[in-house]
Design a protein around this ligand. Structure first.
Ligand code: NAI
Length: 290
């Protein structure tokens, strides 16, 4: 199937990044969130990200305008019907996601492929909410989407080879590398990174070192791009907590038990970059405040 228009449901951290990456490659994008206000914020966020690229001379003013013009924001799911592929990127809550897939199934033509950006939920379970489980697949983009070259392409139990081929071709067209993954909680990336983030939080809670010290040790000691606490802040602490709770429940392994300090920060509304404060403080553009 030829993909020209891509619908994205959920214009948060991931939805915005996916919309920008997809529009930059020439696709028309319909970006949906719940309210006009949220959609307005999403547009500003994408524009800010493009402005940063402009400042670095990575794109021209004309390219910025063209990319923005390809993204059509909408606050009603019904606007998504012209899409050939729909990528769902709403909160990590199975009931919310299933309800969206049920509605999409009624709205979209039978040959439209549905992808979910879930990090921990079962593709098979989400697919069962639709009448087209063979056309449902996981496209697990990572944060920040515009920079990270990887997408895990996750097969549910009933995902067809044709759907997998369509998804793989689409991922390659974004200049990203797709890795084929079979359904399992957290796939490869979330399952492997979460215990590292959690252990860094326990180290902080136990007073082993300061937040800055822990991140410096891990970053310099293992040649990582970012320390684990900053990485968690950038992923969103509420999102990280949801990942851990899900993995703990599904795999029953204590290594996924969320650190109490993480719960405390989330309860306080310190969600990381998106709220301006997590383990560290950030300015409006997401830069770390020293
Ligand atoms: P987020 O909280 O930043 O954004 C979620 C968005 O979904 C919000 O804008 C919210 O208004 C919207 N939403 C909620 N219910 C909706 C509905 N019924 N209709 C339309 N929009 C709705 O969350 P984030 O971090 O972008 O995560 C989204 C998905 O991506 C989750 O499934 C998460 O597991 C996955 N993911 C997150 C990563 C991360 O590092 N944050 C990395 C990879 C995947």
């Amino acid at each position: 199937m030829e993909i020209r228009k891509v619908g994205i449901v959920g214009a948060g951290t991931m939805g915005c990044g996916i919309a920008e990456s997809v529009a930059e490659k020439g696709y028309d994008v319909i970006l949906v969130d719940r309210t006009e206000e949220l959609i307005g914020e999403a547009r500003s966020r994408i524009e800010m990200s493009l402005n940063k690229k402009l400042e670095k001379w990575a794109i021209t003013e004309a390219e910025k305008k063209v990319t923005l013009s390809r993204i059509r924001p909408a606050s009603q799911l019904v606007n998504i019907t012209p899409a050939d592929l729909v990528i769902e990127a709403v909160v990590e809550d199975p009931d919310v996601k299933k309800e969206i897939f049920r509605t999409l199934d009624n709205l979209c033509a039978d040959d439209v492929v549905f992808a979910t950006n879930t990090s921990t939920l079962s593709i098979t379970e989400l697919a069962a909410a639709t009448g087209r489980p063979d056309r449902v697949i996981g496209l697990h983009f990572l944060n920040p989407v515009t920079r990270i070259k990887l997408v895990e392409i996750v097969r549910g139990l009933k995902t067809s080879d044709e759907t997998f081929a369509t998804a793989s071709k689409f991922v390659a067209s974004l200049d990203k590398t797709g890795v084929e993954v079979y359904e399992s909680p957290g796939f490869v990336t979330t399952r492997v990174i979460v215990p590292l983030l959690n252990e860094a939080m326990y180290a902080l809670m136990e007073g082993v070192a300061s937040a800055k010290g822990i991140d410096a040790a891990m970053k310099l000691g293992f040649d990582l791009g970012k320390g684990p606490l900053e990485l968690a802040d950038r992923m969103g602490l509420d999102t990280v907590l949801a990942f851990m709770e899900r993995l703990f429940r599904d795999l029953g392994d204590l290594k996924f038990r969320p650190c109490p300090l993480l719960r405390k920060l989330v309860r306080a509304g310190h969600l990381g970059v998106k709220s301006g404060q997590g383990f560290f403080k950030y300015d409006d553009e997401g830069n770390l405040i020293e």
